[in-house]
Design a protein around this ligand. Structure first.
Ligand SMILES: Cc1cc2nc3c(=O)[nH]c(=O)nc-3n(C[C@H](O)[C@H](O)[C@H](O)COP(=O)(O)O)c2cc1C
Length: 179
């Protein structure tokens, strides 16, 4: 007999929510912004394609659509406060880079900035908008990527919903043939 009880459908995303919480930075003609994002998924190895949902109500959406580029920045647990802050404030109201002390460097190929305190940064261009009208879903191609070699195993944050986050744990190496 199963001891499992029904899970409200509204809680499903907390089980399946994918990889690390990231900071999506955008810029266009002197305006710039950063938002927290966790609804993303890998779609291709190389060139890397990343699908993500950026809700149309967000200021980030406006800048992403206008510039057609963004950066995906990987924060570790030490940036937890900024991660929650950037996900609970609007860039139309405040300068989140200043508010959360996020310094930036210019990217090599796109006009959106790279966040210095993040251990990895991905420069992205919109590759496909076919699911944007229905789902605010954008396929991004990563055109350049950066990593701090001293922090390759930085502990990432993983969203469980309603303020709950997992911190990445130890890595285990298993005999898998998956690339
Ligand atoms: C942990 C976390 C994950 C989030 N993931 C997403 C996401 O995947 N897509 C999205 O559109 N909004 C997501 N949000 C909400 C936006 O970050 C939030 O609405 C933000 O204030 C938008 O900022 P903006 O209007 O300055 O662009 C998330 C928020 C948090 C706290």
């Amino acid at each position: 007999m199963s001891r499992k009880s029904p899970l409200p459908l509204s809680e499903v995303y907390g089980l399946l929510e994918p990889g690390p919480v990231v900071l999506l930075a955008t810029a266009h003609k002197g305006r710039r912004n950063v938002m927290t994002l966790s609804w993303h998924t890998m779609m291709e190895f190389e060139p890397p394609l990343v699908g993500c949902v950026v809700a149309r109500s967000h200021y980030s959406h406006e800048l992403l659509r206008a510039s057609r580029v963004c950066t995906i920045n990987l924060p570790s647990t030490r940036l937890a406060e900024a991660v929650v802050g950037c996900g609970n404030t609007g860039g139309r109201q405040i300068d989140k880079f200043a508010e959360f002390g996020l310094r930036t460097t210019a990217a090599s190929l796109v006009e959106s900035p790279l966040i210095d305190a993040c251990h990895a940064n991905l420069e992205c261009r919109i590759a496909d908008t076919r699911l944007a009208a229905a789902y605010d879903f954008y396929v991004l191609e990563v055109v350049a990527a950066w990593i701090d070699p001293r922090r390759r195993n930085a502990r990432t944050l993983h969203h469980r919903g309603w303020g709950a986050f997992m911190k990445a744990g130890p890595t285990v190496q298993l005999p898998s043939r998956m690339r």
